[in-house]
Write a protein of this length. Sequence first.
Length: 359
Amino acid sequence: MKQLRNHILILTFISLITCQLAVAQKLPKADIIVALDGSGQYKSIQEAIDAVLDNNSKRTVILIKNGTYNTEKLIVPASKINLTILGESREKTIVSYHLYDCKSETSSNKCPAESWALWKDNKDLIRTSATLTVLGNNFIAENLTISNTAGPVGQALALTLRGDRLIFNNCNILGYQDTILLGKDGMLNYFVGCLILGRTDYIYGGGIGYFQSCEIRSYGGGWVTAPSTPENQLYGYVFNKCNFTYVGNSPRKGDDGAKIAIGRPWHNYPKVAILNSEMCEQMHPQGWPTTWNMAYAPASDKLHLYEYNNTGKGADMSLRAKWVGLREISAEEAKSYTMEVVLSGWNPMQNITVAKNKK
């Protein structure tokens, strides 16, 4: 009987080890592993980024194990090129911070002051309130959540993007105001299979952004985009096969039930194209209901605010604002808004690790 019991215990132990190995084998290959429980080389994401070789021509993959990483304001310096940050799980690998813009001269208009004080010596990092600032080229983030948790208090970015050829695949990117700043004119940014959440101007700046098969989720009462496309730049933001949705229970009183504008012009000559997408009934029928600080917006043909082949109650263009540059384009014109054309021949899909991963 004792021998039988020992045999069962041995089999149980072997089974447990086998299961643990199977789980470990499911983790993708990585050069560096970050884990809060100490099972990786680092517990800090920034320390892992800093450990990557400068100007490395080979891609470096940092795997971040599940957990909530909410004590660091992160930056990928310009010298850290060809870097991938890969989460173990889109929903359970959470990278967040809480800094926001405020009126406080003593903390360079960033709050909370005690959080600003931790990062004030790095000018590139503290330039905006973003949880993650990317300056390095050829950066990829996959399979994780990036958020700013400050709420409806002013500018509170999840991402500041100033590098070129940046990819976000299968990510949740969450904020309220100014969630994503495409912060450098002409730089290429590609988002695929992502959930992007916000209320006020939450995709903004002068960079080029191609959004493929993303959910663009809005609290009521605000504007999805605030583009500032330079006059000589052919493209601003392109949304293809995206789903524009509405969410209630906003953290700000008065949002729930209010209409969602496609955008408002920030400055320069905004360019936004929405193609083959689903638009919820909460979309504002005018699309662009305000000129904000751009009195010339309605009369300028240098603004390109285009829509094509969209569906859903919010896609009805009959009541759109009567601006010269706002119109439905033809099938022939839509050919100029493919990924290959907008991204000047760059194919970001070649570099993606998590090709098809559910939320």
